[in-house]
Design a protein around this ligand. Structure first.
Ligand code: 4AD
Ligand code: MG
Length: 467
């Protein structure tokens, strides 16, 4: 993959099997320590793994006094040398340098990431540099692993990956929390006092950034059977919490000939696959989270993988909450939406693990969810997990033409705008179901990171779209 056969990643250089090889590594200095015996230790990281490679730079190097002894955190270097077994604890190998070439200096006075630890709040101001820290390197590798597991899980289970539009005219969740997309000159219109007319807009009608690819995914599920869409979604909800972003990534599988119980089994197997892969593939990063961010996280996730998820209806959950002696901020009432504090009580205190809540009142769920025989609830399912609350939301979809039409009228949807969606019920309708997993909440769950702003490279939240 490179014209230079000697160049290896630090991940590879750290492996015992590399001992004896002459290699080149390229990376950024984390620390330098000079020994009285006339040589220096340079800790190098290139992002390929959590751990650093210890470079032993002998005083005989041409540029030892001129350059090596001036290396500081952040400098970029190319080192050629021989990998030896390391006598030091916690590392199998070290690199005995034959040459150290400096590519870029890094001014220690002005570089913000000095050895001192910074708060995550402070690091958000340096979102362009925070990827260089231990925590954000580890988060990034785990996030990548989760994305890989998502594709692998669905591909192995015969799902097709489809791409649904980002610009859309439909409000899937019906919550009206959409960002508008327009090419109209709104400033000019305001100045001239003329009204905004969306017929003159780019698409000749109002359009928005999508809140979910579900409705479009349904069109492909009712043709190809099993599909998933995975992309960015946007919500203009004014929630300044540690679990909400205005731009987040969601993976949404949609399956034909599927009912609620099938959907729950799929969600459980899917989530367990993600956890298993992270525990197995990201062991160094997970050990870091265990030691520095969320003590107990490895054992907790291991236990989750081994045990079946609990199931509970919304109605049963309300009874549990009413029977608890907690003083909640929001009142508990059948028919009211569960708040984060309720969800966390159920999963953290009552169940002590993941719980799938089902059969929510139809009045608090979107129009597309299948109405149950009782006429009051819908075939909805939310997966709640400790520390995060809702991680997955899904349902069986309403496949009956007449019931869907009625629900759409109740929701006051524009029937013309959704005619294509109704067609799926007019032509060969089938029971089908699906769900959405918020990628960032999954990363939070696996890593134990408290704030969702710290598990996405560049968070978008109310009042903040820097970088
Ligand atoms: O429960 P939600 O709103 O469900 C849907 O969008 C369905 N259309 C999914 C489907 O059935 N295909 O969102 C799904 C998940 C939530 O459980 C949560 O993990 C995440 O998306 N999510 C958010 N993550 C970060 N910031 C936000 N503002 C989020 N809103 C939802
Ligand atoms: Mg939801």
């Amino acid at each position: 993959m490179t014209h230079n056969d000697r160049w290896v990643s630090i991940r590879e250089a750290r492996q015992e099997t590399s001992v004896g090889k002459t290699v080149e590594v390229r990376g950024w200095v984390r620390t330098r320590r000079d020994s009285k015996a006339g040589f220096s230790f340079v800790e190098l990281n290139d992002g390929s793994c959590f751990g650093n490679l210890q470079v032993v730079a002998p005083g005989e190097l041409d540029n030892y006094a001129e350059e090596v002894q001036k290396l500081t955190a952040g400098c970029s270097v190319v080192v050629v040398g021989k990998i030896e077994a390391s006598p030091a604890k916690g590392q199998a190998t070290e690199l005995h340098a034959q040459s150290v070439r400096v590519l870029g200096w890094c001014d220690g006075e002005t570089y913000p990431l000095q050895k001192k630890r910074h708060s995550f709040e402070k690091l958000r101001e340096w979102a362009h540099l925070r990827a260089r820290t231990n925590t954000f390197g580890a988060v990034t590798r785990v996030r990548n692993q989760i994305c890989d597991s998502i594709h692998n899980f669905f591909q192995e289970n015969e799902f097709y990956y489809i791409q649904t539009p980002i610009i859309t005219a439909s409000d899937c969740e019906g919550a009206g929390e959409m960002f508008r997309v327009t090419s109209l000159d709104l400033d000019g219109l305001a100045k001239s006092g003329r009204p905004v007319n969306y017929e003159w807009d780019f698409f000749n009608k109002p359009t928005y950034l999508t809140v979910s690819g579900q409705l479009e995914a349904e069109t492909y599920a009712t043709a190809l059977g099993r599909v998933y869409t995975f992309g960015p979604t946007f919500r203009a909800e004014n929630s300044n919490t540690s679990r909400h972003l205005a731009e987040f990534w969601m993976v949404e599988p949609e399956v034909a000939f599927f009912e609620l119980a099938d959907n729950m089994r799929l969600a459980e197997a899917f989530l367990k696959r993600i956890l298993t892969d992270c525990l197995q593939q990201c062991d160094e990063d997970m050990t870091f989270f265990e030691q520095r961010i969320a003590p107990g996280v490895i054992e907790q996730l291991t236990r989750v993988v081994e045990q079946p998820f609990e199931h509970m209806t919304y109605t049963a959950a309300i009874e549990v909450l009413e029977g608890s002696n907690e003083s909640f901020e929001y009142p508990i009432r059948w028919g009211a939406d569960l708040q984060a504090e309720h969800e966390r009580y159920l999963t953290e205190k009552h169940v002590g693990g993941p719980v799938i809540l089902t059969d929510y009142p139809s009045t608090i769920k979107p129009f597309y969810m299948r109405v149950s025989d009782d006429g009051k609830t819908v075939a909805a399912m939310d997966v709640l997990v400790p520390g995060v609350g809702e991680i997955i939301g899904g349902s069986q979809r309403e496949e009956r033409l007449d019931v869907l039409r009625r629900r759409m009228q109740e929701a006051e949807l524009d029937m013309d705008e959704y005619a294509w969606y109704v067609d799926l019920r007019r032509f060969g309708t089938v029971p089908h179901a699906g769900f959405g997993l918020g990628l960032e909440r999954a990363v939070q769950y696996v890593t134990g990171m408290a704030n969702i702003r710290d598990v996405i490279p560049f968070p978008r939240t109310p009042g903040n779209a820097d970088f």
